[in-house]
Design a protein around this ligand. Structure first.
Ligand code: GCB
Length: 608
């Protein structure tokens, strides 16, 4: 009954781009999951999207002269009889298609997804469809009506479907396309697997007519006695009453929206009636229940309160100098895109076992489960967008895309106490165009969130045997972060501890990556690449070197586990995996894991 003609039927309806401001805190809303089994059609030539003269079916094209197109109009509807969703195979959502279907392992292109569902929408309620992430481009249709599109593989988006949803037989169709392109973010060249598909949860969210769309609530920068924030309603209603309460602190305040549907607030503890606020920290990741109430809605969240700032070389968490005992992590678990809460728990439990108080979530915004889990487990987070290597810095559209991904990430995660650093980029080649691109991103970040620290993983240069960390972007960031691969992509491990580093900036320095590859279970001498002993020695020598870097306040070695990368094909060793993990893709620890664990025990004694 459902074939791909449902896409074509869209032409009969006006395009209803109902996307609006992102709904946040979706896990605590009134949700129905659309996860599970979906039908899919592989469409490498995009026959479901373009006609044979490459005209897009779902958009009217009055200038078209194609006979086929005219014919199409004459009939008003064309049935692509060569497709049938219901007879098509199924795939699990969320999940990458590469590891679910052997014939899709290396596939980069379009796959159509379809999910049917019934839904009884209560009177005066609104319904939204929410996607945690689709890599990379998505076109979304419900019951033949185009809802809109989204670009960017790692951030959420939603569409309102109140007027389209039916009691029975709804069909949600998604065109997911993971083709790489030069002007995209990331660009064509990365060192990770380009997993395709609907890789995060799909939800229906039922809400009242006027709903709380978004809010923020946190300690005021530099003032531990004031909580500030705002609530944004879905409609520009004026005078809407909202109550914010934090029962454990005996806070209950009523605020009202102004004309834009937004209410800004500031509560202070001048009279001491909150009692003692317990600050969120890795040692004590205290989360308070926060309630946001309107006459039709009660939204709960769990929020931690902490301050984060820098002073000269120090990173101050709740006023106390800390050392970031970190590890870098890709969103991958056991050779697949990590999709579930249990994956987040497994990955972050390894970080805890290493003795970490911090994780670098590389190289794109991870699943929201990771952030919520880090909040609960007490792990500070570096969150970044995929402005990676050689993206097209001169291209305005590339900038808008990066800015949009950053906005969506900050919108989703700004209430997570764990997030202390927004990172703008990774190892981007120096140029004026790149500098102005990153400076614009930094300024934009500050307009959205002025309370957190800003960084970017930089490259360094070598001058007379001294490592110089002087990228111009250092002037604009709060933390000087750089990647170094001493003993792997050059440099002599034996003399590594004698190497000196220098930076013109009196700011905290973090080594955002270092490491080397080892095949778990391969043993030999410390001079033999790919052995666990080589990697172990590389960690020992790098840690000695890093400890002497002026202003050093943390590290996030590369990387927690081996991860898939098409750049890494060495037979018998890599076999499609970057082997710099401290843990294999099958979950087996390598010797270097224990070197880092020991180092963190010492750092804990020094700083905590
Ligand atoms: C880097 C990149 C990271 C790579 C890593 C490597 O500098 O930031 O994405 O995976 O090196 O293994 O070469």
């Amino acid at each position: 009954m459902f074939n791909i003609k449902i896409i074509l039927v869209a032409i009969l309806f006006p395009f209803v781009g109902l996307s609006q401001g992102l709904l946040t805190n979706t896990v605590n809303r009134n949700i129905t999951s659309l996860n599970g089994s979906w039908n899919y059609i592989i469409d490498p030539y995009e026959n479901g999207y373009y006609n044979f003269h490459s005209e897009v079916y779902d958009q009217k094209n009055p200038t078209s002269t194609s006979a086929f197109y005219n014919n199409y109009h004459a009939k008003d509807k064309l049935e692509l009889v060569e497709y049938d969703f219901d007879k098509s195979p199924t795939i699990i959502v969320p999940g990458d298609w590469n590891t679910q279907k052997e014939n899709l392992f290396y596939y980069e292109g379009t796959v159509w997804y379809k999910k049917s569902f019934d839904y009884l929408l209560k009177e005066n309620k609104r319904l939204y469809v929410y996607f945690g992430a689709i890599n990379y481009n998505a076109d979304v249709y419900l019951n033949g009506t185009k809802l809109g599109t989204h670009e960017g593989g790692f951030t959420p988006f939603d569409f309102e479907v109140t007027s389209i949803v039916k009691r029975k037989d709804n069909y949600l169709v998604v065109k997911a396309d993971n083709k790489r392109s030069l002007e995209a973010v990331p660009t064509v060249n990365t060192d990770w697997w380009n997993y395709g598909g609907i890789t995060r949860d799909v939800l229906l969210i039922e809400e009242p007519g006027v709903l709380v769309q978004d809010y923020t609530i946190q300690l005021k920068k530099g003032d531990v006695n004031t909580i500030i924030g705002y609530v944004t309603m879905s409609n520009p209603v004026q005078g809407k009453k909202i109550t914010i309460s934090i029962p454990e602190l005996k806070i209950e305040k009523e605020i009202q929206t102004t004309s834009g549907g937004k209410a800004v607030f500031e509560f202070s503890n001048d009279s001491g009636n909150w009692g003692t606020l317990k600050y969120w920290s890795p040692e004590s990741p205290k989360l308070y229940e926060v309630l946001i109430k309107t006459d039709h809605q009660l939204l709960k969240d769990n929020i931690g309160f902490r301050t984060i700032e820098t002073k000269g070389p120090d990173i101050l968490l709740n006023g106390k100098s800390i050392y970031l005992r970190g590890i870098s992590i890709h969103e991958e678990y056991k050779g697949k895109r990590a999709t579930r809460e249990s994956d987040a728990l497994a990955l972050l439990s390894w970080a805890k076992e290493l003795g970490c108080n911090y994780v670098r979530l590389a190289h794109y915004p991870h699943n929201e489960y990771m952030l919520r889990m880090a909040d609960k487990m007490g792990l500070l987070v570096w969150e970044e967008i995929p402005v990676y290597w050689t993206i097209d810095f001169k291209n305005e559209a590339t900038y808008s895309n990066a800015k949009n991904q950053l906005t969506e990430a900050i919108t989703r995660d700004k209430n997570r106490a764990c997030v202390i650093i927004w990172s703008m980029a990774n190892e981007t080649p120096l140029s004026e165009a790149r500098n102005s691109f990153l400076i614009k991103l930094i300024n934009h970040t500050k307009t959205l969130d002025s309370s957190r620290l800003i960084s970017a993983a930089q490259l360094t240069r070598n001058e007379n045997g001294i490592g110089i960390i002087d990228d111009k972007i250092g002037e604009y960031v709060d933390i000087i972060a750089f990647n170094e691969y001493m003993g792997w992509y050059g440099g002599d491990l034996a003399t590594a501890p004698e190497v000196n580093w220098s930076s013109p900036y009196n700011k905290p320095v973090v080594v955002s990556e270092f490491g080397g590859g080892a095949k778990q279970g391969l043993h030999g001498s410390r001079d033999e690449r790919w052995t666990e002993e080589y990697q172990e020695y590389l960690y020992q020598q790098n840690l000695l070197m890093i400890d002497k870097i002026p202003n050093i306040r943390g590290i996030s070695p590369w990387i927690l586990t081996d991860f898939r990368s098409p750049r890494r094909m060495l037979p018998g060793i890599q076999d499609g995996f970057n082997r710099k993990g401290l843990i294999s893709d099958q979950g087996m620890k390598k010797k270097a894991f224990f070197i880092l664990q020991d180092f963190y025990k010492t750092k804990k004694l020094q700083f905590d």
